[in-house]
Design a protein around this ligand. Structure first.
Ligand code: PGA
Length: 265
């Protein structure tokens, strides 16, 4: 897999039993085996990470987790540590998804601690940020930069460069929502990239991907925008054929050139 190419992935959220995941991942693996010019990943629930390892080992699709506990081990009933995820071959770990911020009241400080745990175990954090309501894009940039500043407190520049930042406007996620307009996505990604390149951000190498109601009909248009380094897909990817179509859109755009040439100024 390329080190910093386009990144296309999905979290299946709280969907698919392990038996269903086995069928899903087996099908997906075959459908995307020719997509070699961008990085692909699937984040199943904890219960199916071992299934992902069985089904995806040796393939061009990486796997990972949707959450992690910040501590190394101990008395945390029901939680899962970064060491456990690394041991299962996880490459990516999602932190700070809007649904966890909403359902569990996760703060930026907790998300920073989770991000550090992921980095300690040499995995790649996918750090989700996004504004709650659809105001103008300048306000959205201000909001997500505040979240990023809080969620990256105490994390070095070298580690920040290994991150994936997922811009996921809360209002654009989930059933009944629609994706953010590509102009807005480009504007917010430009703001995030500019911050990452600044002394405050200090993570110039980080990739910034977009998530929120992405489907095969919108993937190509979103990927064509400067500063969009990939896509994070929810509902649409529960159909493996749709995930494959989105991955293929990534493959097409990856061939347009290296990531630097797509970066927003
Ligand atoms: P959605 O989810 O594609 O179903 O809107 C996106 C996400 O939460 O990453």
């Amino acid at each position: 897999m390329s080190v910093a190419g386009l990144l296309i992935g999905t979290s299946t959220k709280m969907n698919l039993t392990s038996s269903e995941a086995e069928r899903y991942l087996g099908t997906l693996r075959q459908l995307v085996e020719d997509v070699v010019d961008c990085d692909l990943f699937v984040l199943p629930p904890f219960t199916s990470i071992w299934v992902a390892r069985e089904q995806l080992a040796g393939s061009n699709v990486a796997w990972g987790a949707q959450d992690v506990h910040p501590d190394e081990a101990g008395a945390h009933t029901g939680d899962v540590s970064a060491a456990m995820l690394a041991d299962l071959g996880c490459r990516y770990v999602e932190v700070g998804h809007a649904e966890r911020r909403r359902d569990y009241g996760e703060s930026d400080a907790l998300i920073a601690a989770k991000t550090k745990a992921v980095l300690r175990h040499r995995m790649i954090p996918i750090l989700c940020v996004g504004e709650p309501t659809e105001g103008d894009s300048e306000a959205a940039v201000r909001f997500v930069l505040r979240q990023l500043g809080g969620s990256l407190a105490g994390i070095s520049g070298a580690d920040r460069s290994r991150l994936v930042v997922a811009y996921e406007p809360v209002w654009a996620i989930g059933a009944g929502a629609r994706p953010a307009h590509p102009d807005r996505v480009a504007a917010v990604h430009a703001g995030i990239h500019a911050w990452l390149r600044s002394p405050d951000g200090g993570g110039a190498g980080a990739r910034v991907i977009y998530g929120g109601s992405v489907d095969p009909s919108t993937a190509g248009t979103l990927l064509a925008r400067a500063g969009v380094d990939g896509l994070f897909v929810g509902r649409a990817a529960l159909d493996p054929a749709h995930f494959a179509a989105i991955a293929r859109a990534g493959q097409e755009h990856a061939r347009l050139g290296p990531i630097g040439s797509r970066m927003a100024s």
